[in-house]
Design a binder for this molecule. Structure first.
Ligand code: FE
Length: 238
């Protein structure tokens, strides 16, 4: 039961207006997941598709969710919510000292001040990479993720291999992503929960003096905001 309750709240972050909306977000979320898994629905429905459709049908019939609400949620996550929001946040933190300070004091408040599509809840924590410390984010239990600022999690984030190995051998996981950090750099691993999500603020790349926030945002990848990557170098986007 605990796992189910966590899953219901997992994809929505800030949303707390009752089971009806929780259920709609949950089904919308797994509908997207199912869509990710199988595009060959004309001839074959995967087991995941069948389960999602059965769940959707029952919840609609019982009046817990509305199909129109589901469509709206799916559209939201396909077109409006994604890592471009996180990139905007990081670029501003690199450019605006007052925003940077607020971000580390209260990340939810800082991000909401930017006027996103949806207000995020009071659960987001920004963690700063420095030459001394590199941060990585994982959810060891399931797949808790800062969806409001990064969109849907990548498949590898939800894999058992990432969830288990990141805790035990973060350096090896980084190597698998092509990242080698100095031996003296400490790697801290943060375990996300339904109540607490983390956003890694990477170090601003050298050679970007005078860049606008829009230019800086082009350097910021989804993976570097999870800690599984580094920002692009200026010559990679020039
Ligand atoms: Fe989780």
């Amino acid at each position: 039961m605990r796992a189910i309750k966590r899953s219901l709240s997992d994809p929505i972050g800030a949303c707390s207006s009752g089971f009806r909306l929780d259920a709609a977000y949950f089904v919308g979320y797994i509908s997207l997941m199912a869509h990710d898994h199988d595009h060959d629905e004309a001839s074959h429905l995967s087991e995941m598709d069948l389960r999602v459709r059965a769940l959707e049908t029952i919840l609609v019939e019982k009046g817990y969710i509305e199909s129109a609400a589901l469509d709206r949620i799916i559209e939201l996550y396909e077109t409006k919510i994604g890592p471009h929001i996180g990139a905007q946040v990081i670029a501003k933190a690199w450019s605006d000292p007052a925003f940077r300070q607020l971000l580390f004091e209260d990340a939810s408040k800082a991000v909401n001040a930017l006027g996103q599509e949806r207000r995020i809840g009071e659960h987001l924590i920004a963690i700063e990479n420095t030459p001394q410390v590199h941060n990585m984010v994982v959810c060891t239990l399931c797949s808790c993720y800062p969806t409001d600022v990064l969109g849907l999690p990548p498949m590898w984030y939800k894999s058992f291999a990432y969830r288990s190995k990141t805790v035990k051998e973060p350096r090896a996981v980084l190597a698998a992503f092509g990242i080698t950090l100095p031996a003296e750099t400490e790697i801290r691993v943060w375990d996300s929960t339904a109540e607490t999500r983390y956003l890694v603020v990477p170090m601003r790349p050298a050679g970007t003096d005078g860049w606008s926030e829009a230019q800086l945002a082009t350097l910021i990848t989804r993976d570097c905001m999870i800690g599984a990557g580094l920002p692009k170098k200026p010559n990679e986007v020039a």
